[in-house]
Design a protein around this ligand. Structure first.
Ligand SMILES: NC(=O)c1ccc[n+]([C@@H]2O[C@H](COP(=O)([O-])OP(=O)(O)OC[C@H]3O[C@@H](n4cnc5c(N)ncnc54)[C@H](O)[C@@H]3O)[C@@H](O)[C@H]2O)c1
Length: 305
């Protein structure tokens, strides 16, 4: 998707030297982008995943995103090098002890996120902010088993993080106002524009997006048009920068189905009934760009990855 230019890192900004660590749990599509963005803004970052291979893959993806920003002349090679230097990969939560803000970017599962935050809370300093990058799950539910749920907030970044200027801020029902304001200031320090949403399933953006891509999937399923024509119709008819199938491949088809299920659970409205075609693609492990194949193929000709 097209977006505003990336913000250059502020190496010359004296505040950068006093910025405290950001701990990112989950080094997938979003965690790697968030890590790159935070590092570019001068924060030391720990990028953590369940094993070293995944954490290192996340760092490689963060590096690629920064390379791409240099190619597009949004940042200079010095900014890129300094940002990469600020990212360390981590396994386990020990480094959370020195973090000012801990951002969870693990898969879209309520139980997984609850467990992860319970573990994070054991390590994080009492004054640190806990933020979830969930696209759809209620923040209040994610935090309900925390000792201090008042410090959990939703900070919803968009993909690709370096190019997308928006962050959705979601205070849970018990989130303290100082935490909300600190999270807002943090997102602004990354160069993002912040919109605030109440803690309802899918917030503003995900709810709108889910319906848009699900409707496209139903049209394909029913044989209304080809995926190429549906993508072209959305792009040329509505000025969307990407078609719905290009977009769902970028977001991840598994993530999209998980989001639709959260909306269905939250509203019990047939608008959110996931098209069976999306579920079939998840079962076939055709998840989009991240697996090399979704509605479109991203494998090099003759290649396997
Ligand atoms: N993909 C998008 O476009 C997008 C956009 C906005 C928000 N989100 C949200 O961001 C979150 C992450 O999505 P993603 O697309 O990056 O997923 P992903 O599958 O690409 O990455 C998730 C990563 O979390 C890791 N993980 C699993 N359990 C973990 C644990 N206990 N501790 C640390 N890491 C763990 C996985 O190994 C994986 O590398 C989800 O909540 C999703 O809804 C996604």
């Amino acid at each position: 998707m097209s977006g505003e230019p990336d913000r250059p890192s502020n190496e010359s900004d004296p505040r950068a030297s006093v910025r405290r660590r950001v701990f990112v749990a989950g080094a997938g599509i979003m965690g790697s982008g968030i890590a790159a963005q935070c590092a570019l803004a001068g924060y030391p970052v720990t990028l953590e995943d369940v094993n070293e291979e995944l954490a290192r893959r996340g760092l490689a993806n963060a590096t690629r995103a920064l390379d791409h920003a240099v190619e597009r002349k949004k940042i200079g090679p010095g900014d890129r090098a300094a940002a990469i230097e600020r990212i360390e990969v981590g396994i386990g939560l020990r480094r959370a002890e020195s973090a000012q803000i801990l951002i969870e970017a693990a898969p879209e599962s309520l139980e997984l996120k609850r467990q992860l935050f319970r573990a994070i809370e054991e390590f994080a300093p009492a004054t640190a902010i806990l933020a979830s990058n969930t696209s759809s799950l209620p923040i209040t539910s994610i935090g309900q088993e925390l000792k201090d749920p008042g410090r959990l907030v939703g900070l919803h970044f968009f993909n690709p993080v370096l190019q997308m200027p928006l962050v959705e801020l979601i205070p849970g029902h018990v989130t303290r106002s100082d935490v909300v304001e600190a999270a807002r200031a943090f997102a602004v320090s990354l160069g993002k524009t912040v919109v605030t949403s109440r803690d309802t399933p899918g917030f503003v953006t995900t709810r709108a997006l889910a319906v848009l891509v699900n409707e496209a999937a139903w049209m394909l399923y029913e044989g209304t048009a080809t995926k190429e024509d549906i993508d072209t119709a959305y792009k040329l008819g509505f000025h969307h920068p990407m078609g719905p199938f290009e977009l769902v491949d970028l977001v991840g088809i598994d993530t999209t189905v998980a989001i639709l299920d959260v909306l269905w659970d939250g509203f019990r409205d047939s608008r959110y009934r996931a098209c069976p075609l999306l579920r079939t693609m998840v079962a076939a492990k055709k998840l989009g760009r991240k697996t090399g194949e979704g509605f479109y193929s991203y494998r090099p000709p003759g290649g396997t990855a």
